[in-house]
Write a protein that binds this ligand. Structure first.
Ligand code: 13P
Length: 264
């Protein structure tokens, strides 16, 4: 049996390549004005702006005491060096970034990130004292031919193998079925629970029960204020990774509140 009560849900907003730094300042302030202490009493919240916004958003979150952790959407494998155009995980940590998305399906599909690259990035994030949010998920083709569980096991297995056993419990895994991203067609709570349980079982086989019971598993893909509560009520779903709806502060705060209702 898992211990869902022991895991604090994480609600994350992935802004993708939206909001320039001025719009981002406005969005971060808007979040600060809307979020009440009760909203963050039982759940953690993070936002993942584009790199060009991170310093600006950091200033708002810290300067105005907004109870939201700063996140990034990607990072380099190396800490420094001749890697033109890459973004150093060490430099992200210096900006007080706490969570870094790794292996988002858009990175895997559009930028050729393999399980090996993703594993190296997971390791780079941890080495720099931040928390990787390792994104995994099957395509519709894989699901239709019955390969979803196998695909998730290989993605999760590669990431977990890159992490010292003692650190596995601190990881976040985001289950984002590719067919649910940006389509308006979220997974059902039943499908999300089944996949998140497979992911936890994979972690258990690779790194033991303590790791499996500690790791937080988010669901992502067409999350809205209306479907969050049911998703987060699933015993193996420990929060949500939100794309489109996170660009609207009011909707994002409603999602945070729905996650809180699910754990109360
Ligand atoms: P949507 O919420 O827009 O479907 O995006 C999900 C996602 O990719 C978050 O990382």
């Amino acid at each position: 049996m898992n211990a869902p009560g022991a895991r604090r849900p994480l609600v994350s907003g992935n802004w993708k390549m939206h909001l320039d730094h001025l719009e981002a300042i406005h969005a971060a302030r808007d979040l600060g004005l809307r979020l009440q202490p009760a909203d963050v009493a039982a759940v953690d919240v993070s936002v993942h702006p584009p790199f060009t916004d991170i310093r600006s958003v950091q200033s708002v979150l810290e300067g105005e005491g907004v109870p939201v952790a700063l996140g990034a959407q990607n990072c380099a494998i190396e800490d420094a060096g001749a890697f033109t155009g890459e973004v150093s995980p060490t430099m992200l940590a210096r900006l007080h970034v706490e969570y870094v998305l790794v292996g988002h399906s858009e990175r895997r599909q559009l930028f050729g990130e393999t399980d090996e690259v993703v594993a190296a990035k997971v390791s780079a994030v941890l080495r720099n004292g931040m928390t990787p949010v390792c994104c995994v998920g099957e395509t519709i083709d894989e699901r239709e031919v019955g390969l979803a569980q196998e695909r998730l096991a290989s993605q999760v297995g590669a990431a977990v193998a890159a992490v010292p056993r003692a650190s596995v419990a601190s990881l976040v895994v985001a289950y984002e079925p590719v067919w649910a991203i940006g389509t308006g067609q979220a997974a059902t709570a039943g499908d999300a629970q089944e996949a998140c349980a497979w992911i936890r079982d994979t972690v258990r086989s690779a790194a033991g029960s303590e790791a499996a019971d500690g790791v937080r598993i988010q669901y992502g893909g067409s999350v809205t204020p209306d479907n969050t509560e049911e998703l987060v009520r699933c015993p193996d779903v420990d929060g949500v990774l939100v794309g489109g709806a996170s660009l609207d502060a009011a909707a994002f705060v409603e999602i945070v509140r729905a996650a809180t209702r699910a754990v109360r």
